[in-house]
Design a protein around this ligand. Structure first.
Ligand code: DQA
Length: 146
């Protein structure tokens, strides 16, 4: 059984009503059920969201302890959290993939979003495909595993 943790940072629980012109109309509840039901045979997909840096770091540590693969939208922490970067590096240096995902394309937005302190330690980055970014990440994990 492959366990996939889909971790989400601050404000993503507001999907559906948060800046729909940027993030679309899919609600957080819709996204959770879409991802849970996207689990294929032999996979367990666990979706979580937190506004709290410490909680996200704890979940990344848990990924190492439970040998889970990770799909991670760090949201605004992407742009400045060295603590989260270090926690991602712990996961990837343990040989487990962490795919950084974004709903929007941060490079097409404000300048401060052009920097990701996470990408340099992530396995790969998928951005700009709306909530499909998560589904593409699940697929990328499968292709990598095959
Ligand atoms: C985001 C992009 C970030 O810049 C932003 O802070 C978010 C969401 C995205 O999914 O497009 O909260 O990670």
């Amino acid at each position: 059984m492959t366990r996939i943790l889909v971790l989400n940072g601050p404000n993503l629980s507001r999907l559906g009503t948060r800046e729909p012109d940027v993030y679309g109309s899919t609600t957080w509840a819709d996204l959770v059920s879409l991802l849970e039901s996207a689990a294929q045979t032999g996979e367990e997909v666990v979706v979580r969201q937190s506004n709290d840096e410490a909680e996200l770091i704890g979940w990344l540590h848990e990924a190492v302890d439970t040998k889970s693969e990770v799909v991670f939208n760090p949201a605004a922490f992407t742009h400045y959290s060295y603590a989260i970067r270090d926690a991602v590096a712990i996961v990837t240096s343990a040989g487990l993939p962490v795919l950084e995902v974004h709903i929007s394309n941060p490079h097409a937005r404000e300048e401060f979003r052009h920097t990701s302190v996470i990408s340099g330690v992530a396995t790969g980055v998928i951005a700009g495909f709306g909530t499909d970014s998560y589904l593409l990440a699940l697929d990328a994990l499968r292709r990598r595993r095959a």
